[in-house]
Structures are given as C-alpha cells and as structure tokens.
Design a protein around this ligand. Structure first.
Ligand code: CAA
Length: 283
C-alpha cells in the first residue's frame, strides 16, 4: 500500500514536527487542530524551523516553500476522510483520543491506517474504540521531532503485520530509525526515561543537590545532551507526571510512584517551557 495522503491530528509541539518531517519527505499533509489559532501557531513553528535550515544552507528557499506548500491546514476533522495514514498527536487525554479514533474510524476508508503518537496510553485500548484494531498502531516520535532520529513503533495485540510494516517503512521515509516495542505501560522509551527523570526530581526533593548540580552531573558525567530536569521542562511536567501515573497504575509497583515534588509543580501550573516555568525559568 502506497501512502499518498497523510494526516496529522494536533498542531502542537509534536503534531507540527510530525507534519514537517512528513512534508519534507514529499508527502501531501493535512495538519488538523481544533481551532485556527493552534493550526496557525503550528505552521509558524514549521516556518521558523525551516527558515533556520535555509540560513544554515541545509535546504534552499525553494525547498522550504515546497515543504510548506505540501501542508494543508485544517480545523475540520472531516478533511482527513481521504487520508491513507493518520497520526494522532492530540493532547495526552484518554477521552479526547478515544473520541478522535471513533470519528476517524467512521470517516476514513477501510484501508486507512490510524496511528497514535501516545506516550503512554495502551495501543490496545485505543484500538478497541475502532472497528479496525488490526490497522491501529503506535507511532511514537521524540521531541523535538525534526531533530530526534527515533520512532518507537508499537504493536497493539491486534495490530497486523502489514500495518506494522507500512508504519516501519513510513518512519524510514521520514528519515527516522524505527525501533519495535510491544504494548506494555510506557513501551520502551518512557519505561526507561521517566523513572530516570522522576529520580532526578527525588534528588531535588531530598536536597541531594541543586537543580544545576543534578543536571550537570547527568550532562557531563553521563554525556546526556541535556540534564533530566531541563529535559522534563522540555517534555512538559504534566506529561511526565501522567506517564509516571501510567507506569504506577499499570505495574502496581511502588518503584514507579511519582515524586511529590513533581506533582506539586504540576498543581502550581509550573509545567516547563510551555508555561515559562518548570524546574528552570524561561522567557
Ligand atoms: N525544533 C527543531 N529543531 C531544533 C529544536 C526544535 N525544538 N531544538 C533544537 N533544534 C535543532 C537546532 O536548530 C540545531 O540544528 P543544527 O544541527 O542544524 O544546527 C540542533 O537541533 C541542535 O540544537 P542546539 O545546538 O540549539 O542545541 P543542542 O545541541 O543542545 O540540541 C536538543 C538541542 C536537540 C534538544 C538536545 O539538547 C537533545 O537532544 N536533548 C534531548 C532531547 C530528548 O531526550 N528528547 C526526547 C524526549 S522524550 C520524548 O519526546 C518522548 C515522550 O514521550 C516524553
């Protein structure tokens, strides 16, 4: 099956990055969100990042315009009815995602593949909202999407081999390296990453070190590109907390309990870069 028309639901941090890499690979893309403001903001981000690429001589000005020209903005989910492959990158909220998958299932052709960029909701639970669980799969991109090489491809219990292979090939077409995971809480990426971030927050909570010391240890001692607290700010502390809750609920193992300090920050609205304050402050 050749993917010609590609849809993305969500024009936020992850959605606009996915739209950018899909359009850069030559696909026609429909980028959908619930209102014009969100879609416009997503397009502006893509424009800004492509402009940086032009300044650095990585792409030409004509290529930038061609990529932008392949992204059709949309605020009506029905615009995705003709898409061969849709990636949902909406907010990490079960009822929201369930409704989107029900709608896509009713609207899209029987052959269309419906993927989710969820970082922690079980693929099987999302697939169960549709009448095509064999065509539902996890396609988990990393933030920032245009830079990070990985796509975690997650098989739900009912995902067909054909759906898996098409998603794998599409990830490669996007210039990414796919890695296969099965449908258990946090899959691979967040099963490993989030407990590390949570432990860094515990170090701050127990005053083992300052925020600067904790991040410096991991950056210079372990060669991580950024410290775990700065990374939590990039991901969003609400997302980090939600993923820890998923691990904790899913395994019923106390080793996954979220740090009370993480919860406190989220309750205060200190969600990281997106709100201007998390473990660090941002302008
Ligand atoms: N969007 C697009 N491009 C970006 C970007 C963004 N938000 N941020 C940085 N870049 C680009 C820069 O333009 C630069 O490009 P060139 O190489 O062409 O010059 C390149 O990335 C490097 O950027 P910088 O020199 O400014 O800074 P850096 O070297 O410190 O890299 C970083 C920034 C790529 C974010 C790096 O710090 C990094 O890799 N951090 C870790 C990110 C990570 O772990 N992501 C996974 C999060 S987990 C997740 O996403 C899944 C989940 O479910 C929670």
């Amino acid at each position: 099956m050749e993917i010609k028309s590609f849809g993305v639901i969500g024009a936020g941090q992850m959605g606009n990055g996915i739209a950018q890499v899909a359009a850069s690979s030559g696909l026609q893309v429909i980028m959908n969100d619930i209102n014009t403001e969100f879609v416009e903001r997503g397009l502006q981000t893509i424009d800004k990042i492509l402009a940086r690429g032009v300044d650095k001589g990585k792409i030409s000005a004509d290529e930038k315009e061609a990529i932008l020209g392949r992204i059709k903005p949309s605020t009506d989910i029905k615009d995705l009815a003709g898409a061969d492959f849709v990636v949902e990158a909406a907010t990490e909220n079960e009822p929201v995602k369930f409704q989107i998958f029900k709608t896509l299932d009713e609207m899209c052709s029987a052959q269309a593949i419906l993927a989710t960029n969820t970082s922690s909701i079980p693929i099987g639970r999302i697939a169960n909202q549709t009448n095509r669980p064999d065509k539902v799969i996890g396609m988990h991109f990393m933030n920032p999407v245009p830079v990070m090489k990985l796509v975690e491809v997650i098989r739900g219990i009912a995902t067909s081999q054909e759906t898996f292979e098409i998603t794998w090939q599409l990830s490669e077409k996007f210039g990414k390296t796919p890695a296969e995971a099965n449908d258990y809480p946090g899959f691979i990426a967040n099963r490993i990453l989030m407990p590390m971030i949570n432990e860094a927050v515990y170090c701050l909570y127990h005053q083992v070190g300052s925020r600067e010391a904790i991040d410096t240890v991991m950056k210079l001692g372990m060669n991580h590109p950024m410290g775990p607290l700065a990374l939590a700010d990039l991901i969003g502390l609400d997302t980090c907390l939600a993923i820890m809750e998923t691990l904790y609920d899913g395994f019923k193992d106390s080793k996954y309990r979220p740090c009370p300090l993480l919860r406190k920050y989220v309750e205060a609205g200190w969600l990281g870069r997106k709100t201007g304050r998390g473990f660090f402050e941002y302008n």
